[in-house]
Design a protein around this ligand. Structure first.
Ligand code: 5GP
Length: 178
């Protein structure tokens, strides 16, 4: 499909599935190389990262643990700057090598908050893996260790990303038609 309608907005095909999955494979190879033997604890940031994570872990054949957390700063198509609580952390993180798995880093506010939280819980190390990164929107200065694809400042949906909870299921990424 080259165009989709989600609620009141039109979106056009932007990044096809094969390109996304090639980028994810590259991220998986980098993580496998760097994290082998470190027994990392991957924390998948729900909801948006579920599809990225499913593809990522098919290619990651190192010893590791995987868990899920939830945290969101988004409502509609613009960041609200309100960071909600981190919930669902059911593993001890003290001394662990954590890799946060995120769908997209926009301003970086959400991830910055999460990293600081994990540092307060005395994580041994905190790394960040994101499927997509918007460098022009980024306002923080933490290091992003693993990036799938860099994209401009457009609002996108698909491959786990939603517009008001719809369109997460599309296997391609679409951008808003302005
Ligand atoms: P940040 O705190 O980095 O500004 O925003 C991070 C969160 O905002 C992401 O986890 C994601 O849920 C949401 N987000 C940022 N950009 C987009 C976008 O283009 N499309 C969608 N659907 N969500 C986005």
């Amino acid at each position: 499909m080259s165009r989709i309608k989600v609620h009141d907005k039109e979106f056009e095909l932007y990044i096809p599935q094969d390109q996304i999955e090639r980028a994810i494979k590259k991220v998986a190879d980098e993580i496998s190389f760097e994290m082998a033997g470190k027994n990392p604890l991957f924390l998948i940031v729900l909801n948006g990262a579920f599809m990225f994570a499913a593809e990522l872990f098919k290619h990651l054949n190192i010893e590791c643990e995987i868990s899920f957390v939830k945290l969101s700063s988004y409502s509609g198509t613009a960041s609200t700057n309100v960071v909600r609580e981190l919930i669902g952390l059911d593993h001890a993180v003290s001394g662990r090598n954590i890799v946060l798995v995120e769908d997209i880093i926009d301003t970086g506010l959400t991830m910055n908050y999460t990293i600081n939280n994990l540092k307060k819980l005395e994580a041994g190390s905190v790394r960040v893996a994101t499927m997509l990164f918007k460098p022009k929107a980024f306002r923080e200065n933490f290091h992003i260790d693993y990036i799938g694809l860099e994209i401009p400042n457009d609002f996108i949906v698909g491959y786990g990303l939603d517009y008001n909870e719809h369109a997460r299921n599309y296997p391609d990424i679409y951008k808003i038609v302005s």
